[in-house]
Structures are given as structure tokens and as C-alpha cells.
Design a protein around this ligand. Structure first.
Ligand SMILES: Cc1cc2nc3c(=O)[nH]c(=O)nc-3n(C[C@H](O)[C@H](O)[C@H](O)COP(=O)(O)OP(=O)(O)OC[C@H]3O[C@@H](n4cnc5c(N)ncnc54)[C@H](O)[C@@H]3O)c2cc1C
Length: 478
């Protein structure tokens, strides 16, 4: 283990309150987290290996010193800079087949965007610029692992009437002191929370002056006293063999609900304090969102390419790729991946510098790719099911059975067209882990919802579109 991975793992031994089958005493030694932490650690170590370090990081001068910093912290001032960011996102995504979505490069991109755009907040809060600069530099040099959480607990989503924060479990400031603010309430869903060092927390709703106690932007240390992370069931019990569940055993990025029970957030971590308009700008920040969603669609493309690779390998292994309808399904998988690839490239080549000289990808292309992903990914899973059919559940429970007394029989009945039984079984187990295991189902849900409600996101893309040019096309005939 190199200094980056080792340092990161060690930093998680910090008395954080994580709950999974009871209180987890130490996430770094708990079997549910071991495989994934080893994956994250190896990604951090890319910064230390000659072959990869320039793909994922570069040396920058921060606080008077030359420091190696992950490229997600690079403020792009040119198309080349944007491409460097893509290369870094792609390197981590390819190392995890796009299955790890919240490796902190998404959250780091948001921090980078808020930092780059900090002058836009002067009108709201003069301290914001200094606070975000300090945090941005600290997060970069300390290689901090971050995640973002915005939604409120799913208690009662009906609209209308007076908002009762206590009853709805909304995160709110309850009091302030010279040290900072105290908050109570809940937040969901915080993917990767148990692996994070800091949690970036702000509301998704547009609050008014009356509800300003709900409208702050906070960076919460993951080991804050009174903060509890309630994990869903783990996909890796620690007894799962890599060969039987290759994805669950290494890529369980974990999702958690955060419960804040009178948690102190120091003032330097309170980026915006009870300021509804500023927090609304923070949530919709065009720089932060463009940089973060760029990461999200680069990762999505790699994952869709992975579905093509799996579909092709499965069809070939059972000889089904000779059928026209199977070829058509493989073609559709490929088209989905290529469409997103085209949109990634398009967003970069149609990118422009904004009025502060920050080079941003073309947002409409990014938004299109992100919104397409919510239907493309579930469709990819459906297509894989139609191609592999019963083969996915026909595998023996463990690969180790091939070494047992009936191994010779398994060799005969589990082989494929031009592939031996062990290799074919491993392939189908890999595919099942993506499409049917608990991890697989979670991923389908993730791709539908991670960026918010897909229905409202698509409607928002239409509502936000400049429709004047469309009108001109009609006016030609009227
Ligand atoms: C696996 C996974 C990981 C996630 N990770 C993160 C993360 O790391 N960080 C983060 O911030 N978020 C994360 N999300 C949360 C994501 O932002 C939300 O799931 C998404 O915004 C939808 O909100 P909700 O789940 O609360 O659904 P709800 O808002 O409760 O929606 C439930 C249903 O009610 C409908 N509905 C609710 N309100 C309205 C309304 N006002 N108008 C019309 N229809 C309505 C919805 O369309 C939907 O059908 C994650 C989600 C998943 C599934």
C-alpha cells in the first residue's frame, strides 16, 4: 500500500458512528467494508504509481508548496484542462467498470466549481469566498474523500400547508454559539458516507425567509459527535468470494441515512448560514453542476460500455449471437453506450469559457446524457436479461464446486459453445452480479434516481430550454 491509500484508510479510524447490523466499531476492519475500502485505497494509490499518476493527478502549487493533487480539483481554463479532468474520471471509472459512482470525484468537482465561482456569492455573504477557498485547498492537499447529500427523509412528501421541520425530520439549525451552529434532523441518501471524511450537506428545496433555519450549506466532518450513519444491508458480508460476486465483494459503495442529533458544525464549515437565496444559488451553481455532471456522464458511459462487453461475451459463450434478434439487442446496447460517448465528446468540444475564464462543458449535452441514463441503464439490464435468459441462475452456488467430487460433471454440463465450464460460470456470475444480485438491483435504482426525480429532471430540461429558436421554425409557416 502506498502513502495515499494507507493514509486514507487510517483516517477512517476516527470513532465515527456507523450502523450496520449494530454499531460498527471500526469501518476499516469490518468485513462489510473491507473489499470496497481496498478498492478505494488502490484508486488513491494510482497517484503514486508512475504509469497512472499523471492520468489522475498533477502537481499544483498550493499554499506555497508543490503538491500532488487529484485532477477533480483542477479548475479548467481551457479545453485541454477539461480533457485532463475527463481522463482522470475515466481512469477511476475504468478501474471499477463504472460501478463505483461516488468515489468522491463527483463531490470534489462540486467543491471545485463553488471555489471557481466564489465571487458570485459576494452579494450574499462576504465570508463565503474565503471559507470555500480554505476548504478547497485543504480538501485538495489532504486528498479528502467527500460525498454530497441533499434530500430530506422520506416521511411525508405531500405538498401544501405549513412546514413543520420537527415532524418532517428536516435538517435545521437549532442554535448558534461562538464555536459554530448546532443542527438536528435527517438527510438521505448519502452514498459512500461510511467511506467519507466530509459530508457536503445542503437542502434541495427552495426555502423562504420564514424557513431560513433550513437553508444553510454545511461541510460536516464524518466523525462529528451526534452524527449517525444508518447503512442499508451490506452486499459484501466478508464471506463472499471474489469469483462468485466479483462486483459485490469489491464495489459496495454503500448508502446511508444521516441522523444529526444535536451536531456542532464549526463556523469555518458553515459555508452559508440561514440564507435561502444564496443556498438556492449554491444548489443550482452552473459551474459546480457542470463540472460534477461531467464526471457523472463519463462514469455512466463506462458503465454502459461494460453492459455491452457483458452482453457480447454472454451471447458468444452460448452461441446466441448468430440470431438476428440477439444481434439487434447487442446493437441497441452499443448504441446506448455510443450515444453517451458522443454527448461526452460533444459537451467538451462545444464547451466554452464563461465570463470568469472557466472552461465549462456544454450543459445541455450533459443534461441530455444524464437524463438519458435514467432510461438507458434499466433498458441495458432488460436487454442483458433477454440475451442471457435462464443462464444467469443456472450457475452453481460457488465456483469452488468445480474442485469438488462432482467437478468433472460440472465441467461437462456447464461448458459453453467455445468456452470451458469454469470460465463460462465466472462470466455468468459476473453478469448476475450486475443485473440480478442485491448490488445489481441497487444499481438500477441508483441510475434512475441518483440525480433526482427523473420525471422532474426531464421536465426541467424542457422548461429551462431556450425555446425562441424553436418558435422561429414554426413562424416560417405562420
Ligand atoms: C441508490 C441511490 C443512491 C443515492 N445517493 C444519493 C447521494 O449520494 N446523495 C444525494 O443527495 N442523493 C442521493 N440519492 C437520492 C436521490 O437524490 C433521490 O432518490 C431522488 O432525488 C428522488 O427523491 P426521493 O428518493 O426522496 O423520492 P421522492 O421524492 O420521495 O419520490 C417518491 C415518488 O413520489 C413522486 N413525487 C414526490 N414528490 C413529488 C412532487 N413534488 N411532484 C411530483 N412527484 C413527486 C416521485 O416522482 C416518486 O414517484 C440516491 C438515490 C438512490 C436510489
Amino acid at each position: 500500500m502506498s502513502k495515499y491509500g494507507e493514509h486514507y484508510i487510517h483516517s477512517l479510524k476516527d470513532a465515527r458512528s456507523v450502523w450496520l447490523n449494530g454499531r460498527v466499531t471500526d469501518v476499516t476492519t469490518d468485513p462489510h467494508f473491507a473489499g470496497t475500502l481496498s478498492t478505494i485505497s488502490s484508486l488513491f494509490d494510482m497517484m503514486d504509481c508512475a504509469e497512472n499518476q499523471d492520468k489522475v493527478s498533477e502537481v499544483q502549487h498550493v499554499r506555497g508548496q508543490a503538491q500532488r493533487i487529484h485532477t477533480s480539483f483542477l479548475v479548467p481554463h481551457s479545453q485541454d484542462d477539461l480533457l485532463k479532468r475527463r481522463i482522470a474520471f475515466e481512469a477511476w471509472s475504468r478501474a471499477t467498470s463504472g460501478v463505483m459512482s461516488r468515489l468522491s470525484d463527483y463531490a470534489r468537482s462540486r467543491i471545485t466549481g463553488w471555489y471557481a465561482n466564489r465571487s458570485a456569492y459576494d452579494a450574499y455573504d462576504k465570508q463565503f469566498a474565503e471559507k470555500i477557498k480554505t476548504y478547497y485547498e485543504t480538501a485538495g492537499v489532504e486528498h479528502r474523500f467527500l460525498t454530497v447529500v441533499q434530500r430530506d427523509p422520506q416521511i411525508n412528501r405531500s405538498a401544501g400547508g405549513e412546514v413543520n421541520p420537527e415532524e418532517l425530520g428536516l435538517l435545521r439549525i437549532t442554535r448558534k454559539t461562538s464555536e459554530g451552529v448546532y443542527v438536528s434532523g435527517g438527510k438521505m441518501i448519502a452514498t459512500a458516507a461510511p467511506y467519507s471524511q466530509d459530508l457536503i450537506v445542503f437542502p434541495v428545496a427552495k426555502w423562504g425567509e420564514k424557513e431560513k433555519a433550513l437553508a444553510s450549506a454545511l461541510i460536516v466532518p464524518a466523525n462529528s459527535k451526534g452524527l449517525h450513519m444508518i447503512c442499508r444491508a451490506g452486499f459484501d458480508s466478508g464471506n463472499v468470494a471474489r469469483t462468485d460476486y466479483p462486483l459485490s465483494s469489491a464495489y459496495d459503495e454503500m448508502d446511508a441515512v444521516l441522523i444529526f442529533d444535536d451536531v456542532l458544525i464549526p463556523w469555518e464549515r458553515v459555508l452559508l448560514y440561514e440564507n435561502p437565496d444564496a443556498v438556492w444559488q449554491f444548489k443550482n451553481d452552473s459551474v459546480a453542476n457542470a463540472l460534477a455532471y461531467h464526471q457523472a456522464i463519463v462514469r455512466l458511459q463506462v458503465k454502459l460500455e461494460f453492459t455491452v462487453a457483458i452482453g457480447h461475451a454472454i451471447a458468444e459463450s452460448i452461441g446466441a449471437n448468430q440470431y438476428l434478434h440477439v444481434q439487434e439487442k447487442l446493437g441497441e446496447l452499443l448504441m446506448q453506450s455510443e450515444t453517451i460517448k458522443g454527448l461526452v465528446i460533444g459537451s467538451e468540444s462545444a464547451g466554452k469559457c464563461n465570463d470568469q475564464g472557466i472552461f465549462l462543458p456544454h450543459f445541455s449535452f450533459i443534461e441530455t446524457a444524464r437524463n438519458l441514463g435514467t432510461t438507458y441503464y434499466p433498458r441495458a439490464i432488460e436487454l442483458l436479461q433477454l440475451i442471457g435468459a435462464g443462464g444467469f441462475i443456472q450457475t452453481p452456488s460457488v465456483i469452488a464446486d468445480f474442485d469438488g467430487p462432482i467437478g468433472h460433471l460440472l465441467e461437462k454440463y456447464y461448458r459453453g459453445k467455445d468456452v470451458d465450464a469454469v470460465e463460462k460460470t465466472k462470466l455468468f456470475k459476473l453478469a448476475w452480479d450486475l443485473i440480478g444480485s442485491s448490488l445489481g438491483s441497487r444499481h438500477e435504482l441508483y441510475e434512475r434516481f441518483y440525480a433526482g426525480d427523473p420525471i422532474r429532471n426531464k421536465a426541467a430540461q424542457y422548461m429551462g430550454y431556450d425555446k425562441a429558436a424553436l418558435r422561429k421554425m414554426i413562424d416560417l409557416y405562420l
